[in-house]
Design a protein around this ligand. Structure first.
Ligand SMILES: [Zn+2]
Length: 145
């Protein structure tokens, strides 16, 4: 599937997740969710819906991620964040070695992705959206082995 199809499929997952989150927040299981968490969560979900194709060097998500990394490097260079720069460069090196439809196309890769989203955002809602977005791609496309 191409990136547009993935955005359409993930939209169904995202709508269902939004209904679930609203339902749970009415039930007070998820209390005090801000509108910002919804907006950030949905944005993250769409990014994660394309993220498995970061293993294709010509994909939109690969280019997008590379641009964000380069902007982050410029930002950290101006604020002397050398450890962050090393981490970002390390991340770029790692994504260069991904095999198409390898580890990034396993459904369970959604778990570490959701954990990273949880620690980056400190929001269970954002983590849930990241997980659902990722599953909407990696869960339906066959991996190589
Ligand atoms: Zn894919």
């Amino acid at each position: 599937m191409n990136w547009k199809s993935h955005l359409i499929v993930s939209s169904i997952f995202i709508i269902l997740t939004t209904i679930l989150v609203i339902y749970l927040s009415d039930d007070n299981i998820l209390r005090g969710i801000s509108v910002f968490e919804f907006i950030a969560g949905i944005g993250i979900a769409y990014y994660c819906a394309l993220l498995p194709d970061i293993d294709i060097k010509t994909s939109k998500v690969f280019s997008f991620t590379l641009i964000v990394c380069l902007l982050a490097i410029i930002y950290f260079a101006t604020s002397e964040g050398y450890i962050e720069i090393i981490a970002i460069v390390g991340f770029i090196v790692v994504i260069m070695f991904f095999d198409h439809r390898g580890i990034m196309h396993k459904w369970y890769t959604a778990i570490p992705i959701a954990i990273i989203a949880l620690f980056a955002s400190m929001s269970i809602v954002v983590a849930l959206y990241a997980f659902v977005g990722y599953i909407s791609h990696a869960g339906i496309e066959k991996s190589k082995d």
